[in-house]
Design a protein around this ligand. Structure first.
Ligand SMILES: *[C@@H]1O[C@H](CO)[C@@H](O)[C@H](O)[C@H]1NC(C)=O
Ligand SMILES: *[C@@H]1O[C@H](CO)[C@@H](O)[C@H](O)[C@H]1NC(C)=O
Ligand SMILES: *[C@@H]1O[C@H](CO)[C@@H](O)[C@H](O)[C@H]1NC(C)=O
Length: 314
């Protein structure tokens, strides 16, 4: 090869390396685990927390004596290896969070997928804050990293209906479903599946405080105005927020938040599915569920313009 050819080829060679590097970086950022960098994520968290604090004040939700409600204490799970407290909000990725807590605590190399859904909801291996004496509860609340996750109230409601009333889980598909039929059907013998409208009327018929945890307003479950959560995660960014939480509490690097689903073949409740169900309701029902979940909308910054919201988020 003569020198002229070499002079021509060399720049091409370097340009090729440059291009390769460029595409590699581009691909990495597309598949990246952290599309939002830590500073941005921290800024969003601070924004959520300060906004929440001012809304709590404005809506008179601060308790004078900071005593922990026993219903709230039983929603909180404690993990001592990483000084971590998680508030369980059903329908917002809680089974996978409880699996994660089990793994954090057990320090094993087990996979989240090896932990059965029913096991993780029944085991006493992960402990609730309510199982400790009050003084200890206060200690843990003071020192530990506290986390809660929220989801759009309507999507959570639809998800609860699909999960609990459309599947055959004895307590819900028999006991609760029969209660609903008895309340709203003229023909007491009719055994057809409970419709979404019937379910919504049932939810609306009871005082909010007494509702089943799967559809009880999120702010009543976790009391975010009096428990100062360090992280306010959202289902809309569940994977991202969860990875950040694991980083914040110093979890082992090989531990990742799982994305397991209970009914593997079914679609997760998304914006499109939520809209389909909401369109079955009349305006009076919509107005009433808006009222029931009013504080969830306000405190966690969800819009009541659901048609707009879910058309964009499907
Ligand atoms: C509330 O939601 C809006 C619209 O999604 C967003 O632009 C805003 O930053 C959010 N505010 C907080 C405090 O999270
Ligand atoms: C919490 O922190 C205080 C002060 O640092 C300490 O005295 C107390 O033992 C801690 N409690 C727990 C449960 O770690
Ligand atoms: C309900 O079932 C009972 C017993 O099978 C029957 O006698 C009754 O007529 C039924 N009622 C209606 C409204 O279908």
């Amino acid at each position: 090869m003569n020198q002229k050819a070499l002079l021509f080829l060399l720049p091409n060679f370097f340009f090729g390396i440059f291009l390769l590097g460029f595409f590699y970086r581009k691909q990495k950022s597309l598949a990246g685990d952290f599309p939002v960098c830590s500073e941005d994520w921290g800024a969003i968290q601070n924004d959520r927390k300060t906004t929440l604090a001012s809304l709590c004040l404005k809506n008179n939700l601060l308790k004078v004596r900071n005593q922990l409600d026993s219903h709230v204490a039983s929603q909180l799970f404690v993990e001592h290896n990483h000084n971590f407290i998680y508030c369980e909000v059903p329908k917002v990725g809680c089974s996978n969070w409880k699996r994660t807590i089990f793994l954090l605590q057990a320090n094993t190399h087990a996979e989240a997928s090896e932990i059965e859904h029913d096991f993780i909801h029944q085991t006493s291996a992960i402990r609730r804050l309510a199982s400790y004496p009050p003084a200890k509860q206060q200690d843990f609340l003071k020192n530990y990293t506290k986390v809660m996750f929220t989801r759009h109230p309507f999507e959570r409601l639809v998800s609860a209906y699909r999960d609990k009333l459309l599947h055959s889980e004895p307590y819900y598909s028999d006991t609760v479903a029969n209660q609903i039929r008895a309340m709203f059907r003229k023909n007491k013998n009719s055994s057809g599946k409970v419709s979404f409208q019937e379910f919504v009327n049932f939810v609306l018929a009871k005082p909010p405080d007494s509702l089943d945890i799967h559809w009880k307003p999120m702010y009543l479950l976790c009391d975010p105005c009096n428990i100062h959560y360090d992280v306010l995660g959202k289902y809309e960014t569940l994977g991202l927020d969860s990875e950040h939480v694991l980083k914040v509490i110093g979890a082992p690097e090989n531990l990742h938040y799982p994305s397991l689903k209970r009914y593997g073949s079914e679609k997760r409740t998304n914006g499109y599915i939520t809209l389909e169900y909401l369109r079955q309701l009349n305006s009076e029902q919509i107005e009433k569920i808006n009222k029931l979940y009013h504080m969830d909308f306000v405190l966690f910054n969800y819009t009541m313009k659901y048609e707009e919201y879910f058309s964009l988020n499907d």
